[in-house]
Ligand binder design. Structure first.
Ligand code: UDP
Length: 366
């Protein structure tokens, strides 16, 4: 029997328009999921900030654009932070539109890490699903996530098991990974290039440890990413010999993969429970082995000895030692891991299965 295609409303994060880069890793997730869902013949509506652009080949997707003031990010919130919604906020505007569009949809999928859509879940008729994009950052958010987990466990999904482990869930977490459009990433086989690091330049990303490891080897470190915290960037630069860090700026995916692909290894040194680690998979897609701390998503994505090396968190000397062994990693194996585990198609199939299971077993405890 042919399977019925789904009518899905996807709601972008209330930080920036899709394509602006302000939404960070979530933008890449959403763009690749839209592509995958369209290929699987689902009808997709995207609710997003004004000025959003759809990924190529997705002209059949309806775009509902909404205006409002960006939501502050939870990324740097304290454990006791309160929920803040600015005047004329984008967050309530997005959800007004999403609930309207969602009336006749099979499901509404939330990609923002925000309190409001979680809180709405038991009280509205549209079926809200949430792909949680971060680990535990603030109590009020953790409680909102755990409350949905206890009333509507099938409405939540996570990127990795390690991310999900931050939350008390009644059963096994639904893990959907992430997806990448591999046509955007070229495999590069040369293995004598420089060392690289990529990510937002912010304390939770731990650039200082990668810089120290490069300095210990007497090498420079190519650094790509948004300079989110300039004072932190300056402090890291001052910790290592002049010229160790080569700032490469924030590049488009096309440029990033071209430059990153020439690296011998990517160093990934998160200080927080990274939910996934897009840059890890992007490096692997280019054939670049990753030497990372065995913490958060990267610790689950890298197969130590096969696609890179995992070392004890916060151990710079272990990074240095592991970097000496990257020549043992077959760059083709890195690419193959992504082809098998993290394409748009693999990811969208997992998301579809999550939504179908959730719709089938829909027991609302309200
Ligand atoms: N990125 C980019 N250009 C750069 C550096 C990073 O487009 O020069 C993107 C990268 O492709 C990734 C995102 O920034 O999708 C960072 O996502 P990640 O999951 O690594 O961390 P987050 O910033 O979401 O915590």
């Amino acid at each position: 029997m042919p399977v019925r295609s789904l009518e899905l409303v996807l709601v972008n994060t209330p930080i920036g328009a899709l394509g602006s880069g302000r939404g960070g890793g979530v933008e890449l997730t959403l763009a690749s999921l839209i592509q995958g869902l369209v290929r699987r013949n689902h009808r997709v509506t995207l609710v997003s900030a004004k000025g959003s652009t759809l990924p190529s080949g997705c002209s059949g997707v309806s775009l509902v654009e909404v205006e409002g003031v960006d939501q502050p990010s939870w990324q740097h919130a304290d454990a006791d932070s309160a929920v803040l919604i600015p005047r004329n906020g984008l967050l309530p505007a997005l959800w007004e539109a999403a609930l309207r569009c969602g009336k006749n949809a099979d499901a509404v999928i939330n990609f923002g890490y925000d309190w409001l859509p979680l809180w709405l879940t038991p009280w509205v008729q549209p079926r809200l699903f949430h792909l949680i994009s971060m680990g535990d950052v603030a109590k009020v958010m953790r409680e909102a996530i755990e409350s949905v987990a206890s009333s509507h466990p099938q409405r939540l999904a996570f990127h990795t098991r390690r991310q999900a482990a931050d939350f008390q869930l009644p059963g096994t977490a639904r893990v959907v990974g992430n997806g990448f459009d591999l046509s955007n990433y070229c495999l590069q086989m040369s293995c004598d290039g420089p060392l690289g690091w990529a990510g937002r330049i912010a304390p939770e990303k731990g650039l200082e440890d990668a810089a120290r490891a490069a300095a210990a080897l007497g090498e420079s470190l190519l650094v790509w990413g948004l300079r989110e915290d300039p004072a932190y960037a300056d402090a890291v630069e001052a910790m290592v010999p002049t010229g160790t860090i080569q700032w490469m700026g924030f590049q488009s995916t096309h440029e990033l993969q071209r430059q990153l692909g020439s690296c011998r290894a990517l160093i990934n040194t998160p200080k927080w429970n990274e939910a996934y680690g897009n840059v890890v998979v992007e490096a692997l897609a280019c054939g670049v082995p990753v030497v990372a701390y065995d913490r958060g998503g990267p610790g689950e994505l890298i197969t130590s000895g096969e696609t890179g090396w995992l070392v004890s968190p916060d151990d710079v000397q272990a990074l240095v030692t592991a970097l000496g062994h990257v020549d043992q990693i077959d760059r083709l194996k890195c690419r193959e891991w992504v082809e098998k585990n993290a394409t748009c198609d693999v990811f969208s199939a997992r998301v579809e299965a999550w939504i179908r299971d959730g719709l089938e077993g829909d027991v609302s405890i309200t």
